[in-house]
Design a protein around this ligand. Structure first.
Ligand SMILES: [Zn+2]
Length: 255
């Protein structure tokens, strides 16, 4: 169970809140050698490598749980498919929470089926397999409170082709780490930010989405200058817990 540390002065809501979901990132890839940028964020911020995805741990099922805070049984989202024109999610998401708290919201994603998670609370959204990070940086450059969910893919494909945590997988992880560096640097240069980096699921050998424990594993990293940070160290984290972690961040001391 992840709880917030409530000690310290009252906090204003951060101007920039960003959730980056690196699809299929196994927590064992988050090392200084493979992902130096993310490893630095973990060292300076909060981290748990003991995160758990949904059952089954598949991309859309897991992201639905991540953004709604509901298990597949609670949300009814037990299948991993969605196409343009199908009904979208029937429950509010963390993007709706942000919008209600006065944030402009954006959701850039790299797989069409994540369009299932575009709700009324999303101001800007795009299927952006090639330039999600660039779109996110442009969105964050505008003034005002901003909340961004960024879905970055690439590891699931290389994991399926070559195997999780193999050399090609780790090379791709290093590329993603490098691609995210400018966005991270821009956030850190600006006071008042809250950055979450996580994933939807892990994998093992060339498999993912099964009940194998390595398939359910994921990391959670939080880097922020906010005064109240979740105490993650050594704690188990369920993918449904993100919305509860962010709820007090959106509100700050505006109570
Ligand atoms: Zn995935």
């Amino acid at each position: 169970m992840v709880t917030l540390l409530l000690a310290g002065p009252a906090a204003r809501p951060p101007e920039r809140i960003v959730v980056v979901s690196i699809d299929a990132l196994h927590p064992a890839a988050l090392t200084p050698a493979t992902m130096p940028n993310l490893a630095r964020l973990a060292r300076l911020g909060r981290v748990t490598l003991d995160g758990h995805s949904t059952s089954p741990p598949k991309t859309l099922i897991a992201h639905t749980a991540m953004l709604t805070g509901l298990t597949p049984a609670q949300s009814g989202k037990r299948d991993n498919g969605w196409e343009e024109g199908d009904p979208t999610v029937a429950f509010p998401t963390v993007l709706d929470d942000a919008r209600a708290a006065g944030y402009r919201t954006a959701f850039f994603y790299s797989k069409e089926k994540l369009g299932y998670l575009v709700t009324k609370g999303v101001d800007v959204h795009a299927l952006a397999p090639d330039d999600a990070i660039q779109r996110g940086r442009a969105f964050l450059a505008a003034p005002g409170l901003a909340f961004l969910v960024l879905h970055v893919s690439g590891l699931e494909q290389v994991g399926t082709e070559s195997g999780w945590l193999t050399r090609p997988y780790l090379v791709r992880a290093t590329e993603i780490d490098r691609e995210l560096a400018p966005l991270v640097a821009e956030l850190e240069r600006r006071a008042s930010y809250f950055l979450v980096i996580t994933s939807d699921h892990g994998g093992h050998e060339r498999e993912h989405g099964t009940e194998h424990p390595e398939d359910r594993r994921l990391p959670l990293v939080i880097r922020s200058d906010w005064t109240r940070l979740p105490d993650l160290q050594g704690r188990a984290y369920e993918i449904t817990g993100l919305r509860a972690i962010l709820a007090p961040v959106f509100i700050g001391d505006r109570r």
